[in-house]
Design a protein around this ligand. Structure first.
Ligand SMILES: NC(=O)c1ccc[n+]([C@@H]2O[C@H](COP(=O)([O-])OP(=O)(O)OC[C@H]3O[C@@H](n4cnc5c(N)ncnc54)[C@H](OP(=O)(O)O)[C@@H]3O)[C@@H](O)[C@H]2O)c1
Length: 276
């Protein structure tokens, strides 16, 4: 694991009035965002920084880490190379978070990987990869950071819209359903510490990878087309829309725990126009 802190001064170009208004919600707060170098995680990080938080964010791919480092021009952003599938990295992340942030108010367990493989194409290796990153990595990230979490804080997982049934995503769906399952139990276990445990459940969201980094350009175009067609609101969501929901669950939904909040354009809500 290597630390790659973005230690430049903050030169965001947000208008001053808007920025001061928005700064209040997360001013003086700290957050860890796994899978924060790209897509929805990066959108979560940007909104947190814009609103005054100090953030440790993780990713694995060096190019994306470098991209985040270049884009996040803030001395409140600490970009960490940390593989969620590596227990050593997951343990070391807690040490880095303690060093950089001291305590943690909000933990966003957002990292994830999907590979499109039908039943006959799934291998033991690809099955293990999904569960090592999406499931085991998510669980032990929480366990590892738990001692640093402030009582009264919040954990927000990124799962997947309940009915997002897409042929070729069986291993992925299983790995994310397991997160949904253990998140419920963690919500109960954290009650004494008043730490709320919730999840955002995205439908089709337009991110650089659509959560499936290995897709060809044609496969991604087909995936995006299907996303627009099969969503009742007739478009895909944006990373910023998911980030807004995640930040709402973390900071504003102070009387809400054990909820999976769909951000899916109505996809999994039984509305007309959802083509599953
Ligand atoms: N996009 C969608 O339509 C959609 C729908 C439902 C759910 N989701 C879920 O939403 C989350 C974000 O998706 P996205 O579309 O924003 O994906 P993305 O752009 O590919 O971002 C995924 C993030 O997770 C990180 N990551 C992947 N494997 C990792 C590992 N082993 N260790 C540490 N970090 C790792 C990636 O870092 P690297 O770049 O270094 O790999 C990246 O920062 C994922 O959990 C995904 O499964 C996505």
């Amino acid at each position: 694991m290597a630390l790659a802190g973005g230690h430049r001064s903050n030169t965001h170009h947000t208008p001053q009035l808007t920025r001061e208004t928005k700064m209040s919600r997360f001013t003086g707060k700290t957050a860890v965002v796994t899978g924060g170098t790209h897509g929805m995680g990066l959108a979560i990080v940007k909104q947190l920084l814009d609103e005054g938080a100090e953030v440790v964010l993780t990713g694995r791919n060096e190019k994306n880490i470098e991209g985040a480092r270049t884009e996040l021009v803030s001395d409140r952003a600490h970009v960490v190379r940390s593989d969620a599938a590596s227990m050593a990295d997951v343990r070391a992340l807690a040490d880095i978070a303690q060093e950089k942030l001291g305590r943690v108010d909000y933990l966003f367990v957002n990292h994830g990987l999907a590979e499109v493989q039908t039943l006959d194409e799934v291998t033991e290796e690809s099955w293990d990869r999904h569960f090592a990153i999406n499931t085991k990595g998510a669980f032990f990230t929480v366990q590892s950071l738990s001692p640093l979490l402030n009582d009264g804080g919040a954990i927000v997982f990124t799962t997947v819209a309940n009915d997002l049934v897409f042929p070729g995503l069986s291993a992925y769906a299983g790995s994310k359903d397991a997160v949904r399952a253990f998140a419920h139990v963690l919500a109960a276990e954290y009650l004494p510490r008043r730490i709320r445990v919730n999840a955002v459940a995205p439908g089709y969201i337009k991110t650089p990878t659509m959560g499936v980094p290995g897709m060809t350009d044609q496969e991604r175009a087909d995936f995006e087309k299907q996303g627009g067609l099969s969503t009742p609101l007739k478009r895909m969501g944006t990373a910023e829309e998911v980030a807004a929901a995640a930040l709402f669950l973390a900071a504003d939904a102070t009387f809400t725990t054990n909820v999976e909040f769909p951000v899916d354009g109505g996809f999994a809500q039984g509305l007309p126009g959802a083509e599953h």
